[in-house]
Design a protein around this ligand. Structure first.
Ligand code: NAP
Length: 321
């Protein structure tokens, strides 16, 4: 039995990791009749056409949204307001406009004023990604068993929210709905702060005088390597995330600094009990993540290990990535 076609024409504005993954997944599931795509640069538009990611690649954002009943803006959050202003007058009545930005309060604030009456605005954030960018980076399974959080404004049309939820479900995601401010707080601790820590520690290691850069690289499997993967994420995207989610990130950073001071004091005083109790609690959180299927229990060596008696890690964690 073939899957239901949920939308006739999907317009993708921005075709990087997330936009191209949506294109792959929507095609694979037959979720839309056709896909029209555009990107800021001619080079990306050309690559999107070469990869055959869309039925039609157009030069402007306004041309992309003409006749589309689903428009998904897949660009850095700092650029969403300007794009909404550009496309507002060209949207089709009854269409759903959404985005995939990692911050929701700022996107709602910047985009909503430009969406005309009769067009439904339902912001979204697929909590799925890799450290890779651009149209070549996408794959159809990116959203499978990952969460997509919808943050509809309080007066959003319930049927439109349901239609968008059905789209994300069809391409593999579990869908959750919450207010934008709550989303920003949750993601502040689960995503934004970890990225800030990774960016910091990799920078700190790079600036050490007593330890050479080649030593840092050679002995990275001691823990550093895992931070470098996160710290390789797109600089533009993450600059925009921290600027757009300033309040929540500062709140979480304050709590983090207090906890770091506690552990610092425990190390200085030789207080092993405090360290042990803390590490025991955090280990349980890791086990919880594995139990609910958000990561694999297999050891991650960061390289192929064919002799191991376990299933290959699911993408995006597989060694071939
Ligand atoms: P990406 O791979 O870097 O692609 C970004 C796309 O946006 C490209 O098509 C780029 O066009 C376009 N773009 C960049 N700046 C723009 C501007 N000022 N105006 C118009 N278009 C612009 O990024 P991505 O990883 O797909 O991220 C896209 C969005 O998804 C971001 O809002 C991010 O917060 C969110 N998100 C990312 C992840 C992740 O792990 N990467 C996960 C969840 C959500 P050109 O190539 O022509 O420059």
């Amino acid at each position: 039995m073939s899957a239901p076609r949920l939308f006739n024409r999907l317009a993708l504005i921005g075709v990087g990791l997330i936009g191209s993954s949506i294109a792959h997944a929507a095609r694979a599931q037959g979720a839309v009749g056709s896909i029209v795509a555009t990107a800021r640069s001619a080079a990306t538009r050309r690559r999107v056409a070469e990869l055959g990611l869309a039925d039609q690649v157009v030069e402007t954002n306004t041309a992309a949204v003409e006749g589309a009943d689903l428009v998904i803006v897949c660009i850095p959050v700092g650029a969403c307001g300007a794009v909404a202003a550009e496309i507002g007058a060209h949207l089709t009545p009854g269409a759903i406009v959404s985005d995939v930005g990692s911050v929701k309060g700022a996107v709602l604030r910047d985009m909503a004023p430009h969406i005309p009456a009769g067009v439904h605005f339902v912001p979204a954030h697929p909590v799925a990604g890799t450290e890779h960018s651009g149209p070549d980076a996408g794959f159809a399974e990116l959203f499978v068993n990952r969460w997509c959080i919808l943050t509809p404004p309080p007066d959003a049309d319930a049927a439109a929210v349901e239609r968008l939820a059905a789209f994300w479900s069809l391409i593999g995601a579990n869908v959750e709905t919450m207010p934008a401010e709550h989303h920003d707080l949750v993601l502040g601790i689960t995503s934004h702060l970890p990225h800030l820590i990774a960016y910091t520690i990799v920078g700190t290691a790079d600036e050490l005088a007593q330890v050479t850069r080649s030593e840092v690289l050679r002995f990275s499997a001691g823990g550093f390597r895992d931070f470098t993967r996160i710290a390789a994420s797109d600089p533009t995207m993450w600059r925009d995330v921290f600027l757009a989610n300033k309040d929540a990130v500062l709140e979480m950073l304050g709590r983090f600094s207090e906890d770091l001071s506690t552990l610092t004091r425990a190390i200085r005083r030789g207080d092993g009990d405090t360290l042990f109790d803390h590490f025991t609690r955090t280990r349980a959180i890791r086990r919880g993540i594995v139990e609910i299927g958000q990561d694999s229990p297999a050891p991650d060596f960061g390289r192929p290990h064919p002799g191991l008696p376990h299933e290959p890690l699911p993408r995006p964690y597989s060694a071939e990535e």
